[in-house]
Design a protein around this ligand. Structure first.
Ligand code: XMP
Length: 526
């Protein structure tokens, strides 16, 4: 498994102390063009050092260093000569391990704070202002740095908000440089990487392509592989990479369940194939899915049916491909677009095969006897998009909004019928067209368009009163779909979408805007 092998040269290990800070830090390190990987804080220090890391970052976490059972770190980590950067909880651990003082003062500091830099020319802070906004989230506070460290910044509440030891290459900040609200956070992180740890910004997604093509060839040999395409970014990029590596030994399967958005099936059938030359088997299963969904309104039930039918159709297609394969090239591999966050969330990349479970429609049976090819296992979403662009995939696919496997089936509240799907497809196409025309595609994470098929509301259209369905717009901004905020779209764009939908889509006489963040509201309505 990739995660069990020694880390590549110039890898920064991000030690995860919980609460999802580590993923963001790892992404920021890669934005600085240095490769990073996340390891759990329970990993023994010898094991971390055995991976020969170029530097180590200790993340923040929800605990207090004084709590019983709070995660700790072996002092040996700081004595190995590897540059270390502690952030928030990681900073406090570094302080206490090396003889500094962290007080349980009860002086809590949350949110945006002003940081005063007392050594403007220091390794971390050079070229940044002496007063800068930073994001804090802590209860304990460091009042004395360990011996040999220079205090380089403070806040009103915390006397030691940053310390540095150039000789030992140990650095720490009390705040979260990885979050956007820390205005110079990225610069401070880069100062640690380039100045503190002496790393070069050389990692690119271009190297990833070369490396993966080699690895896939070595893994698959002369055998054959299958890949299910959902139309989404992940499976498209995974397939394109594998295609580049093994060409016609790969066959892709696309199940058209009739729940796709307007033009998406054509994008896969024509544009994706044209861009990659991939062999594609398309199964038109619209009727089968619609028959299975007839009369069903319960969202969980709908999901189950779509998942079940998907697996049946996919298995049938797979059996046909296996039957057609020559004896000396059996189909042994299944390509999956598993991303790094899936790997981390399913146990920090400890090597278990991870088939996306909750979001598993694109979703495959669990008892598959395939070996998995997962060329995106080490990448974050934005990196996957970069790889896709470099592989020459069409923009519409590379920058596609996340779209749920069960498709429009879970964006119709009520029974799913062909007529309702067609209506929703039109409304959705209008919203997407207007958002694109307004240049807002990269501003929003996704904008589900939902048909409230079980609701009717009175309207007045033309000469008479109508009794039609409302359409909900759910534009959200998000970094990873775990949390989201509703997007503040310009009123004129919303007005154009609303006018066009009510004019152009039959049976819709009302457009409403969802202004709920997640939590409490999920992104999809179901
Ligand atoms: P929720 O609605 O849980 O959605 O806030 C979070 C993200 O996941 C997507 N989503 C799915 N993706 N299969 C998928 O591949 C699914 O069954 C599924 N359900 C939700 C959703 O669009 C959002 O990006």
């Amino acid at each position: 498994m990739p995660s069990a092998s020694p880390a590549a040269p110039d890898t920064v290990l991000v030690v995860d102390f919980g609460a999802q800070y580590a993923q963001l830090i790892a992404r920021r390190v890669r934005e600085a063009r240095v490769y990073s990987e996340i390891v759990p804080s329970t990993m023994p220090v010898e094991e971390m050092l055995a991976r020969n890391p170029a530097a180590i970052i200790l993340s923040g976490g929800p605990s207090s260093v004084y709590e019983e059972g709070a995660p700790t770190v072996d002092r040996a980590l700081f004595e190995a000569g590897v540059p270390v950067f502690g952030m928030c909880y990681g900073f406090q651990l570094m302080a206490t391990s090396l003889g500094g003082v962290v007080d349980n003062t009860g002086a809590r500091e949350y949110g945006r704070t002003s940081l005063t830099v007392s050594r403007p020319g220091s390794t971390l802070f050079e070229g940044t202002p002496s007063e800068q906004a930073v994001w804090m989230s802590h209860g304990d506070a460091c009042s004395a740095a360990p011996e040999g460290f220079t205090v380089t910044a403070s806040t009103d509440v915390v006397p030691v908000a940053a310390f540095e030891n150039d000789e030992k290459k140990l650095y720490g900040v009390q705040y979260h440089p990885e979050v956007m609200h820390s205005t110079y956070g990225q610069q401070v992180l880069e100062h640690f990487l380039y100045r503190g740890a002496g790393l070069q910004p050389t990692w690119t997604t271009g190297n990833v392509i070369e490396e993966q093509v080699e690895a896939i060839r070595a893994q698959v040999g002369t055998k054959r592989a299958i890949c299910g395409l959902s139309g989404g970014v992940d499976s498209a990029v995974a397939a394109a990479l594998v295609q580049k590596a093994i060409g016609s030994q790969l066959t892709c399967v696309y199940v058209d369940h009739g729940l796709m958005r307007k033009d998406e099936t054509a994008q896969v059938e024509k544009d994706f194939v044209a861009a990659t030359g991939v062999q594609l088997k398309v199964v038109d299963a619209e009727e089968r899915f619609l028959n299975a969904l007839a009369g069903v309104s319960d969202p969980e039930e709908k999901r189950k049916i779509i998942g079940r039918e998907f697996i049946r159709v996919f298995e049938q297609a797979q059996a046909e491909i296996i039957a057609e394969a020559p004896d000396d090239q059996p189909v042994e591999f299944l390509v999956q677009g598993t991303l790094y966050p899936d790997v981390v969330e399913s146990g920090g990349g400890t090597g278990t095969a991870n088939i996306k479970s909750h979001h598993n429609v694109g979703g495959l049976p669990e008892d598959l006897e395939f070996k998995l090819v997962e060329p995106l296992r080490k990448l974050f979403k934005d990196e996957v998009r970069m790889v896709g662009a470099e592989l020459g995939l069409p923009d519409e696919i590379v920058h596609r909004q996340p779209f749920p496997g069960p498709g429009l089936g879970i964006r119709i509240v009520g029974e799913v019928t062909k007529e309702r799907l067609d209506l929703l497809r039109e409304a959705d196409a209008i919203a997407r067209e207007e958002l694109t025309a307004a240049g807002l595609d990269r501003e929003i994470w996704q904008c589900p368009v939902v048909l409230l098929a079980d609701v009717r509301s009175v309207g007045v259209q033309g000469d008479g009163r109508t009794y039609g369905h409302p359409i909900v717009l759910r534009p959200v901004s998000s970094e990873d779909a775990m949390t989201a905020d509703w997007s503040r779209l310009p009123y004129d764009v919303l007005a154009r979408i609303s006018t066009r939908i009510t004019n152009e889509v039959k049976d819709v006489n009302r457009v409403v805007l969802d202004v709920t963040s997640k939590p409490p509201g999920t992104i999809e309505w179901e």
